[in-house]
Design a protein around this ligand. Structure first.
Ligand SMILES: [Zn+2]
Length: 288
């Protein structure tokens, strides 16, 4: 049987593309019910990819080494590794934390890389659901807002965080639209407590020396202060639409978190310790 010529061309293109896609989007399979996505730490700027013409292009410096330490600290405590998806491409070439059009802006290789990032992330979430029934995705970022706190994004906008705990807890439509919709159903604590109670992720990190928002000490951002409430990754892969993997966008400040290897390590230790408590309190199971 003759194989049509176009299939040869297609196969050759695929072969040529696959190794570089694996370099651009690094995927590691894990065993813990945790998925780490790192969309903005990459520095590769291959000339074969078009530069993005609009949107944010600045990278989240040091989020890749920070994530490597988080992976190490999780492994040291819980006897397994998280699933990991890292974009090694500079944000000037691909922004995985946006819809496809803004992310890749028409470049065929960037489009393929975006698909690899999100297909791999969804596969990781599916593997977590199959093995553990539930899990948590952390989308690791860096911000340069004046208030140098760790910003935790659950798809709850800054102006909504100004509502009282009672108002938040009564807003079923709001809760159902967040990236922790499924976790809210599992946790014995209220939705407001999940966001800023004494055992919220923000409070657990503050107890270990890192100021956060939202948290017990800061329930909502100051007037005109920046705050990232979560974007494409936690919307696409969190539990707002379906599934039992909830997602949190973790925006790390530069000062005291990303700036030096020592501070990166301190934060990785605090986050790994906090997640153990968080799983027991809210997921009702040990992290392992
Ligand atoms: Zn970012």
């Amino acid at each position: 049987m003759r194989i049509p010529f176009f299939l040869f061309v297609f196969a050759a293109a695929l072969q040529a593309q696959t190794p570089e896609l694996e370099t651009y989007i690094e995927v590691r399979t894990g065993t813990l019910p945790i998925v780490l996505t790192v969309p903005h730490g990459g520095t590769l700027k291959p000339e074969s990819l078009l530069a993005r013409r609009y949107g944010v292009t600045g990278i989240d410096s040091n989020t890749i080494p920070l994530s490597e330490m988080i992976i190490e600290e999780l492994a040291a405590r819980y006897g397994g590794k998280p699933h990991v998806i890292i974009s090694r491409l500079s944000r000037s070439k691909l922004d995985p934390n946006r819809d496809l059009e803004e992310a890749a802006q028409g470049d065929p290789t960037a489009i393929a890389a975006w698909h690899r990032f999100h297909d791999s992330t969804q596969k990781a979430c599916n593997a977590v659901m199959k093995k553990s029934g539930m899990g948590l995705l952390l989308d690791i970022h860096g911000h340069r807002h004046l208030d140098q706190r760790v910003e935790l994004g659950y798809l709850v906008k800054a102006e909504v965080l100004k509502h009282s705990d009672a108002e938040l807890n009564a807003d079923a439509a709001l809760i159902a639209s967040t990236s922790i919709r499924d976790l809210d159903k599992r946790s014995p604590q209220s939705f407001a407590q999940l966001l800023r109670g004494p055992q919220s992720l923000g409070a657990l990190l503050e107890f270990r020396g890192f100021r956060c928002m939202p948290s017990g000490s800061k329930s909502n951002p100051a007037f005109l202060a920046g705050y990232f409430s979560g974007a494409y990754d936690v919307t696409a892969h969190g539990s707002s639409k379906s599934g039992t993997v909830s997602a949190i966008q973790v925006e790390c400040p530069w000062n005291n978190v990303r700036d030096t290897p020592e501070n990166q390590r301190r934060f990785a230790i605090a986050l790994a310790d906090s997640l153990g408590v968080y799983f027991e309190v809210h997921f009702g199971r040990k992290l392992k």
